[in-house]
Design a protein. Structure first.
Length: 281
């Protein structure tokens, strides 16, 4: 068993260059999601986004957040003992990065749920699937939240905490790997990106490899903390390649406009049918 003093020694010689790069990477991670947020806001539609992709991505991001929160608990204990403010901040760079990544991804799901709800450009069938994904995510987050409170504040056993941290890292990896398969299938079926932002993937795909290396080089890093991101980076590269191929070789603007037109027509027809139904059976 490694003593707390030995653990704290890991964080006593931080690199200012590594710290600065880590914070810049954290900012870049969040900024990389802005094109996706903007595309959903502009289109007012989730067309092209797989509900299962949104669910698995959200649970992966939340699981990675839980993993880093638990893995960095010893560092935060060291902060209250003998680390300087700079040493303490440096020990939390990985956690800051994962937190911003989680916020960026969850905003995608939240925008799809709350911004497109009454949009004429949003398929009612797809919205119901996305809302169901949102409910499943809330249930998953609640269960994890309760377990973390129990393990950290009531049981307090370090081995149990680390086992759950590793489990969260494994789940984050599995979710991150499988999240891209339904989206790859959706993009292949539609033959256009739709509301999926190519600009986001152009930023995130190379950034995913850099971020994985950054997490790997963090003091006290665990394999369960960086594995989700290296796995996701490879699969996102495949998805990006597909989107670029369809953009360069097909009439993407025409396909996307036609898809939105079909959605609008279906929504209008459905609305008219509902209005024509008698109020009393």
């Amino acid at each position: 068993m490694i003593s707390l003093e030995e653990t704290c020694n890991i964080y006593t010689h931080p690199s200012r260059i590594s710290f600065s790069l880590g914070l810049l990477l954290a900012l870049g991670i969040y900024i990389s999601y802005v094109p996706q947020h903007s595309r959903i806001i502009r289109r007012r539609s989730s067309e092209g986004l797989s509900p299962l992709f949104l669910l698995l991505g959200s649970t992966s991001a939340f699981s990675a957040f839980i993993n880093l929160y638990l893995v960095t608990l010893p560092a935060r204990q060291c902060c209250s003992i003998d680390l300087t403010a700079f040493q303490c901040m440096n020990s939390q760079v990985g956690f800051i990065q994962v937190t911003l990544q989680m916020i960026g991804y969850l905003l995608v799901l939240f925008l799809c749920v709350f911004l497109t709800r009454n949009s004429v450009d949003e398929s009612r069938t797809e919205y119901e699937k996305i809302y169901l994904s949102f409910q499943w995510f809330l249930a998953y987050a609640f269960v994890n939240f309760v377990l973390v409170i129990y393990l950290v504040f009531y049981q307090g056993e370090a081995n149990a905490v680390m086992k759950f941290a590793n489990l969260s890292g494994i789940l984050a990896t599995v979710f991150a790997m499988f999240q891209y398969f339904p989206q790859i299938y959706t993009t292949y079926r539609l033959k256009h990106p739709g509301s999926l932002s190519i600009n986001m993937m152009l930023l995130q795909t190379p950034g995913g490899f850099v971020w994985s290396l950054s997490l790997f080089l963090q003091p006290g890093s665990k394999w369960s903390s960086w594995l989700p991101y290296i796995s996701a980076a490879f699969l996102q590269l495949i998805l990006l390649s597909m989107c670029l191929y369809y953009t360069w070789n097909t009439d993407t603007p025409g396909s996307e406009a036609e898809a939105i037109t079909d959605i609008e027509r279906t929504n209008i027809e459905t609305g008219e049918n509902q209005e024509r139904q008698p109020l009393l059976a």
